[in-house]
Design a protein around this ligand. Structure first.
Ligand code: HEM
Ligand SMILES: *[C@@H]1O[C@H](CO)[C@@H](O)[C@H](O)[C@H]1NC(C)=O
Ligand SMILES: *[C@@H]1O[C@H](CO)[C@@H](O)[C@H](O)[C@H]1NC(C)=O
Ligand SMILES: CC(=O)N[C@H]1CO[C@H](CO)[C@@H](O)[C@@H]1O
Length: 319
């Protein structure tokens, strides 16, 4: 009797913990091909659009930093209510069609099983690997959120100092090392001139002169049809997930202020030089930090829902 009671109490205590955790291979039984189907969609897109890796990384970051990794970023606004997509910093998040494509394939094979939040996480993992970055196992089992509110979007901006930017990361239990590592995602992709114009319109001693001249020419070509041109964030290998970003900022070739600050600020510069000197170290840490970011405030168990269409909440069931 005593034994039974102890086991029972132990069981009650362990059960919520087990449910509350993501785990690698969550869909092994419910949808065995889930991960390979997501990978196929990413691979197809990458063959014609190398920029999708950057799009997914940014989407994943913006998703996880608003209300946790719950696919709130995917909700379309409608006449009745606006969503995160309407908030300023969303501006240029892209790649939504790729998530739709993967979701469509998954719904055809295993309806209502695989969350949109997990699709973002898996697609980002695959794009990172297919762009030369590390492969890592990602825990899955996230559920999709029921809220997407533009007023909750409060992401760090590119003109912050390192310590200001760190407030946003610390609020998510991420360390300075995690933040510097994750900003290494700026080794792929682009920024619009409006995000760094202040650094090239007046002399900025923290920027390499050659880069400043190049950026002035890119941004000076703005026109009616292209009012806000873009420049690569990594001047050396803009489509490769490598440690070049850290080498470039060491040469004053950071495009946005926050990027350059990482190399200059005593809070972060040793981490930067460590990554610049050791590509393996960056790969290892990047994989770890991505998994950690993907675990921020996730919904699990019976919380939230598995959206059927990533852009809209499921219709409420009538009781
Ligand atoms: C302090 C933190 C961060 C700030 C202030 C920041 C800011 C920005 C800004 C302003 C852009 C340019 C957007 C545009 O012009 O379209 C950008 C691009 C990008 N960001 Fe960040 N970011 C931060 C952290 C991160 C993190 C943690 C990741 C992912 C792990 C990330 C991934 C990217 C990528 C891949 C791009 C290129 C997007 C593209 O080419 O479409 N960023 N970021
Ligand atoms: C950060 O960790 C603390 C202590 O473990 C916890 O209470 C809090 O909910 C965590 N915050 C996030 C955003 O995960
Ligand atoms: C680079 O980092 C890896 C991974 O942490 C480590 O094992 C290795 O010793 C480092 N190499 C050098 C030259 O410091
Ligand atoms: C992708 C997307 O939906 N972007 C939106 C971001 O917010 C602006 C401003 O509200 C909208 O015009 C964009 O359509």
């Amino acid at each position: 009797m005593m034994r039974l009671k102890v086991t029972f109490v132990l069981f009650l205590w362990i059960l919520p913990l087990a449910l509350a955790n993501l785990r690698v291979g969550f869909y092994r039984r419910s949808c065995p091909n889930a991960e390979s189907m997501v990978r196929a969609a990413v691979r197809r897109r990458l063959t014609r659009d190398k920029s999708i890796t950057a799009a997914l990384l940014r989407m994943h970051f913006h998703d996880c930093f608003v209300r946790g990794c719950d696919a709130s970023i995917l909700i379309d606004s409608n006449r009745k209510s606006s969503s995160e997509k309407d908030a300023g910093p969303n501006l240029t998040v892209r790649g939504f069609e790729l998530i739709d494509e993967a979701k469509k394939a998954l719904e055809a094979t295993c309806p209502s099983k695989v969350s949109c939040a997990d699709i973002i996480t898996l697609a980002t993992r695959d794009a990172v690997f297919l762009s030369g970055g590390p492969f890592y196992f990602v825990p899955t089992g996230r559920r999709d959120g029921l809220v997407s509110d533009p007023d909750e979007v409060n992401l760090p901006g590119p003109t912050l100092t390192v310590s200001e930017a760190f407030q946003a990361f610390r609020a998510k239990n991420m360390s300075m090392d995690d933040m510097v590592t994750l900003l290494g995602a700026h080794t792929v992709g682009v920024a619009h001139c409006s995000f760094f114009l202040d650094r090239i319109t007046r002399p900025d001693p923290t920027m390499d002169r050659g880069l400043a001249a190049k950026l002035r020419s890119i941004c000076g070509a703005a026109s009616g049809s292209n009012p806000d041109p873009t420049a690569f964030l990594d001047q050396a290998t803009p489509f490769a997930l490598d440690n070049q970003f850290f080498k470039q900022i060491g040469l004053k070739r950071g495009v946005m202020k926050i990027d350059q600050e990482l190399a200059n600020d005593p809070l972060s510069r040793r981490i930067v030089s460590g990554f610049a000197a050791n590509a393996t170290l960056f790969r290892t840490r990047f994989a770890q930090a991505m998994v950690k970011m993907g675990n921020i405030q996730v919904l699990v168990g019976n919380a939230g829902e598995i959206r059927r269409n990533c852009r809209v909440f499921n219709p409420r069931r009538r009781i």
